[in-house]
Write a protein that binds this ligand. Structure first.
Ligand code: URA
Length: 443
């Protein structure tokens, strides 16, 4: 078997065998296949797809390409949560403490942001003192003690994905259903949790722009999780406008805390309660998604989830005083207001453009090595459907570099569309997909 033959087979729209897929993953991870052949195969997969059997084989080979985490020393059903990536998505900071407050252990590995999407690890690092690089023993001990810990994604987990993702990122082969499904699920299955909740984004700020594609991706990942013996739920959610009002690391931490205090934006609160409810149900602490959501609401209202966030921050060396004093978070030196150019209603806030603007303000990175400005970001003062008058503030852009702020502010202005007629309300949660035992429902 040669790499040339494998590439030619996929180029000719044929099904790859288990042996061919395993050969590719093992040899590429070991450094025995050059990047030009790997990228040719990735493009052939991007163009011609993979059937379910091939995608399952690819995922399993990637899962076995590195270490697998052992969480068996932690009691209870450990639940993981993953988002396919969006703009302003700070839900992990909210749902993990809620689920943990309801007795569901959360031992989570999270990534950094790349391109227009943010990453949980960057957001957590905006908290002074917070450590995401923990030794495995400390990570497990924290989950045992507080019910919750989040660490940076280890390069040793699903090692093939790290190399393949970097290659996909520069060869325009990211947004492919089999490649995304195998990338996400190989990491989730190797991370050791017993159940998985997947937030699959759809819209202009998501990898899957069309809802049918997001649903196909969600269904495939649910089947993969269930086939591996893990209760898996996927929810299809809107990413046609940023989630919440804050985009940027420090600002998103503040919004997450506000949400746990019961005064967060409506969309973030709604999605967080739904996701936490799914985690509580998948973790066996509730009999239905509705009961899980009720429990999540109670943990929010009673302050138990906020207390869990405080324990979590303290456990990982962070300064808990930020919960009541936001000035302890990284502060921007400059701020620029973006004003509405017309009277009317906000018809659209292009999520991807806002994500790019936030990156250009300094909050994100174009390459993995780039240093980010944790104080930089965007605050949306209007969301889709809101009325606005000419000259009113629709957004604020902040950070430490005045030139970057100017560039970002111009992009934010272009991302807003104002119309005379009020647009229809965007449906945030579009569909819940689940297999075994949990009801799947259209919302
Ligand atoms: N997130 C991942 O981890 N992998 C992808 O391919 C896309 C989103």
């Amino acid at each position: 078997m040669t790499m040339y033959e494998i590439i030619a087979k996929k180029r000719d729209q044929k099904q790859l065998s288990k042996e061919e897929i395993e050969y590719f993953i093992e040899e590429y991870t070991a450094g025995n296949i050059p990047d030009y052949q790997a990228s040719a195969l990735l493009m052939a997969v991007f163009l011609n797809g993979m059937d379910e059997e091939e995608t399952f084989c690819l995922t399993d080979a990637m899962r076995r390409s590195g270490e697998t985490a052992d969480l068996s020393s932690i009691e209870g059903i450990k639940v993981d949560k993953h988002s396919t990536g969006g703009v302003g998505d700070k839900t992990t900071l909210i749902v993990a403490p809620i689920a943990a407050a309801c007795g569901v252990p959360v031992a989570k590995m999270s990534g950094r942001g790349l391109g227009f999407t943010g990453g949980t690890v960057d957001k957590l690092e905006a908290i002074p003192g917070f450590r995401t690089a923990l030794a495995p023993t400390e990570f497990l001990e924290l989950v045992r003690r507080t019910g919750l810990s989040v660490i940076g994604q280890s390069a040793h987990i699903a090692a093939a994905d790290k190399k393949l993702y970097a290659m996909r990122d520069v060869t325009a082969t990211v947004d492919s259903i089999p490649l995304i499904a195998s990338s996400i699920m190989s990491k989730k299955l190797a991370s050791g949790s017993d159940a998985i909740v997947l937030d699959v984004k759809t819209g202009d700020g998501a990898f899957m722009e069309r809802q049918e594609e997001a649903e196909a991706l969600g269904r495939l990942m649910v089947r993969m999780g269930e086939a591996a013996g893990k209760r898996t739920i996927a929810v299809i959610t809107d990413m046609n406008q940023p989630l919440g009002r804050a985009v940027g690391n420090s600002a998103e931490v503040i919004e997450a805390i506000d949400t746990l205090k019961g005064c967060g934006p409506e969309d973030i609160t709604q999605l967080s309660l739904a996701l936490a409810g799914m985690m509580i149900c998948a973790g066996g602490k509730a009999q239905s998604l509705a009961e899980g959501e009720r429990m999540a609401q109670e943990a929010l209202q009673s302050g138990a989830a906020l207390q869990k966030l405080s324990d979590f921050i303290a456990g990982q060396g962070g300064d808990c005083r930020i919960l009541n004093d936001y000035s302890l978070l990284p502060q921007p030196a400059c701020c620029r207001q973006v004003l509405s150019a017309a009277d009317g209603f906000v018809r659209r806030i292009a999520a991807k453009s806002i994500g790019m603007a936030s990156q250009h303000a300094g909050a994100g990175r174009a390459t993995k090595e780039e240093k980010i400005d944790l104080s930089a970001g965007i605050l949306l003062q209007r969301k889709v459907g809101d009325p606005v008058k000419k000259g009113e503030i629709i957004a604020e852009v902040f950070g430490n570099d005045p030139q970057k702020i100017e560039t970002a502010a111009a992009e934010v202005e272009k991302a807003f569309e104002i119309s005379e007629k009020q647009p229809e309300k965007i449906q945030l949660i579009k569909k819940v997909l689940a297999e075994q035992g949990i009801e799947a429902k259209n919302i």
